[in-house]
Design a protein around this ligand. Sequence first.
Ligand code: NA7
Length: 582
Amino acid sequence: MTSSSLSQPLRTVDAVVVGAGFAGLYMLYRLRQLKLRAQVFEAGAGVGGTWYWNRYPGARCDVESMQYSYSFSPELQQEWEWTERYPQQAEILRYVNHVADRFDLRRDIQLETRVIAAHYDESKHLWTVRTDRGDEMVARFLISAAGCLSAGRVPAIPGLDNFTGKWYHTGNWPHEPVDFRRQRVGVIGTGSSGIQAIPAIAHHAGEVVVFQRTPNFSIPAWNRPLSAEEQQEWKAKYPEYREQARKTRSGILYDYSQRGTFDVSEAERQQEYERRWRRGGANYTHAFNDIFFNRDANDQAAEFVRNKIRSIVKNPDVAAKLAPTDHAIGTKRICVDTDYYDTFNLPHVSLVDLKATPIKEIVAAGIRTTDKTYELDSIVFATGYDAVTGALDRIDIRGRDGRALKEKWTEGPRTYLGLMTTGFPNLFFITGPGSPSVLTNVVVAIEQHVDWIARCVHYMQERTLNVAEAKGEAEDEWVAHVNEVADKTLFPTTASWYTGANIPGKPRVFLPYVGGLGNYTVICDKVAEDGYRGFLLQSAPAPAPAPAPESESESESESESESESESESESESEDAVAANRL
Ligand code: NA7
């Protein structure tokens, strides 16, 4: 990597953090507590990550407000007031901004700056990080808080450039209001984003055509205002509730049944499904403890939802198309909706089954399927993400021997505990592949990872260690364990973004760790208590001082090596500062 400007010395910090969403903000807070200098780079023009970008109509979190929030500050969790059972995007964004201000985080965050490369220098044990704005920075630690669902994906449907209307992706929604009134709007995709956006768009649009490739299961949110009493009740018990939540499988306080589906009578079973349906939310899939493990048990829970769809949607043909039969309920992320199925009873909403009539191309006037051309004013792509690894893949990350992370992960990501990967010293992932991440209330998973990383860095500081790396055999064992646990469930039976199946050419690997956040936390804590078992933490010698460059004016072809040696000498003193602090 060359210096962008020979005259500018490279800035050196202890840690570069990629991303200023929930993970990046809390990581910065914890690094500051350790008296470390950190720089956060954030691609958006504001903090918030997912909640900065996902401004589409109806965008809302599918974890309840009282749980989808930080727990690290008792004052924060007592003082912040949520207004609804499930928080909408704008409210979460306000919350995240409040956190950034409250803890004075902004001064170490550089917005509108995307990290494009990070190369590890083995001789100095430092990362050099480069951004799309030409910044270059040297850091002991590189910490990815780049998010699991941040690399949006617009499918390569031929002809999009010819479309004369406007098009949008739910994960990169304009900041100014989009006016769909009197418009004919086509929505492609019926995952969580589509299922939230479709009813909200239908509220205003003149006509909505939903292009569905695979139907998904959705449970009503029954969203409503939160009463002051309800909040008070939660707040009074926050310490114990948070503690309990951390021990659960998903980081969410749900009613996790201990009973098997077939331990109860048919009548009792239906009653339980109904009770959960009426309560609303993803809690439904915990009605019995075998839903994720036993296909027959799963079918029972799935059939109940299919029956609900049939009872809500008046047109039986449309109901049949909306009722999923191709996958086990919950093995694609279950959706939580407001009026989704009801929306298909509206006269101006129609459903196109892409399995029967696939999209051929996008034309000037709209979308052409094998059947007909749908004339549209706008197209909304609710087509998802290159999940878990996508954001990392978009950065040129190189570890030992200049090896690219992307290349190491050609057959699928390999990590130890989802936290580090062998060959890439001092690179930490927050909610990385092989950790519970997307299967949890991600704020809880983030806090667990950030706390673990901060503890590890503190351990290194106390012992004047400067290099941390996952050992190869520990990584092999963890990867085998992640697969073994996944194979005991129904998850791998479904082609989903959990397995990389939504991205053409992406290796099919079950990306998150399905062993449960509570169990996982116990494993991570034990590893730390055992002196970071499976990690090599060492004090690597500082390099010998580089000879001072003789001349600054070199020819084009020589400038690269010149710039490197100059960078070395310039960063040398700062490197020593960083090493001393650690
Ligand atoms: P998802 O869950 O990946 O959903 C994407 C949807 O888009 C899904 O229905 C896909 O159908 C559909 N899709 C993708 N590509 C195409 C093409 N080429 N043609 C037609 N339809 C397509 O993304 P979301 O944004 O909804 O949700 C992601 C997560 O964010 C969510 O789980 C929450 O955790 C928040 P497919 O199923 O692949 O047939």
